[in-house]
Ligand binder design. Structure first.
Ligand code: AMP
Length: 363
């Protein structure tokens, strides 16, 4: 580990755990600032590894691979949430500076710990209860009302590992449906819109917030983001307070994404946070002078944060599975930028790329 302190000068190496599209776009941003990247991912030829000066193909908890990553990197970050906590410990034991901290990652990996942490920090969420058995679901239905959404505490994403329950008779079946694993029962959010706020904190504690994004999901997968989202001053103030609270409570360095529910009563609730760059921030690539990827690299490298105001309105649409085959038509559309992740196989449900369609801010 060559660690001479921050800010890291150009020529330094940013280590990234995870080699998917988020890592790829982090690598592109790092390159722009004169950095190299080292990428650890179990899959040979992962999207970010094809851009990496140091491509390490190994399981996330492989001690030798982590020691190598620590050795070549001046700072290590991650683009993937389900990196085992042990990987961060091994990196730290090898003298790596890791940002954000393993604590932020550990909290985000467990939906129950995450909601407890959010509430303790003063960020509002739906009412929830711990579920370790079907009997706990029955108790939760009595306490929180019905219906409830049962989610596995760990591992589920894009709506996987989740099931609604209406009636106590279904408790055993629903517990089995989420994998008969430690779970959480959540009251319905009764939201009118799903929003997210991407923000960043620098090594000196400086904070920067991007405009709110409005997100539309289908089958549990993000399809479309529109940003900046139209929102009242009261909503903006709540989002700002929530983001600032979390960044401070986690003593955070880097970009964080907070997924929010906007309710009819004008209250924002936090669904979850991701301690990394996020799909709902891809609009910033074409809507801001400094996008979320460059912002993250700046933060972890100890550079000043960049401007976050919008310079265009952007509608971001994910290209999922075979939709990527439309690249030729899409790349000819006016005011549209196509971002492709270089994944060889267009499997159903797989995020293959996205398009950003820009319109002037005041139209
Ligand atoms: P998650 O895996 O927690 O991000 O949830 C995936 C999606 O499920 C969210 O984007 C919402 O559309 C929906 N969802 C999650 N939690 C709740 C809830 N408590 N009430 C209603 N819908 C929810």
């Amino acid at each position: 580990m060559k660690q001479d302190g921050f800010p890291l000068p150009p020529g330094s190496v940013i280590g990234i755990l995870g080699g998917g599209q988020l890592g790829r776009m982090l690598a592109m941003a790092a390159a722009r600032l004169g950095f190299d990247v080292a990428v650890l991912d179990p899959e040979p030829g992962a999207p970010a590894q094809r851009l990496a000066a140091h491509a390490i193909v190994a399981p996330y908890d492989d001690p030798d691979a982590l020691a190598r990553l620590a050795d070549v990197s001046n700072v290590v970050t991650f683009e993937f949430e389900n990196v085992p906590a042990r990987a961060i410990e091994i990196l730290a034991a090898n003298g790596a500076a890791v940002a954000p901290t393993g604590r932020a990652l550990a909290i985000a990996q467990d939906r129950l710990e995450e909601k407890r942490f959010l509430n303790a920090a003063g960020a509002p969420t739906v009412a929830f209860a711990e579920v370790a058995s079907p009997a706990d679901i029955v108790v939760a239905l009595e306490k929180l009302g019905r219906p409830l959404l049962i989610k596995s505490r760990r591992g589920g994403y894009d709506g996987k590992g989740q099931a609604w329950i209406e009636h106590p008779d279904e408790a055993a079946a629903v517990f089995a449906a989420v994998g008969a694993r430690p779970s959480i029962a959540e009251a319905p959010a009764d939201f009118r819109r799903e929003l997210s706020v991407i923000s960043a904190r620098g090594r000196d504690g400086e904070i920067a917030l991007y405009p709110l994004a409005e997100n539309h999901h289908a089958d549990g997968i993000l399809r479309r983001t529109v940003a900046p989202a139209a929102a009242s001053d009261a909503i903006l103030a709540q989002a700002e307070r929530i983001a600032a609270t979390l960044l401070a409570a986690l003593d955070y360095v880097g970009v964080i994404a907070v997924e929010l529910f906007e309710r009819d009563d004008g209250r924002l609730l936090v669904n979850e946070f991701a301690p990394r760059v996020h799909n709902s921030g891809h609009w910033t690539l074409d809507g801001c002078e400094v996008d979320q990827f460059e912002q993250h690299i700046r933060a972890v490298a100890g550079w000043p944060l960049g401007p976050t105001h919008a310079i265009a309105r952007v509608e971001m649409t994910n290209l999922i599975g075979e939709e990527v085959n439309e690249w030729r038509r899409l790349s000819g559309e006016p005011e549209t930028r196509v971002w492709l992740y270089g994944k060889a196989e267009a499997r159903p449900g797989r995020k293959m790329g996205h398009v950003n369609r820009m319109t002037p801010l005041r139209s």
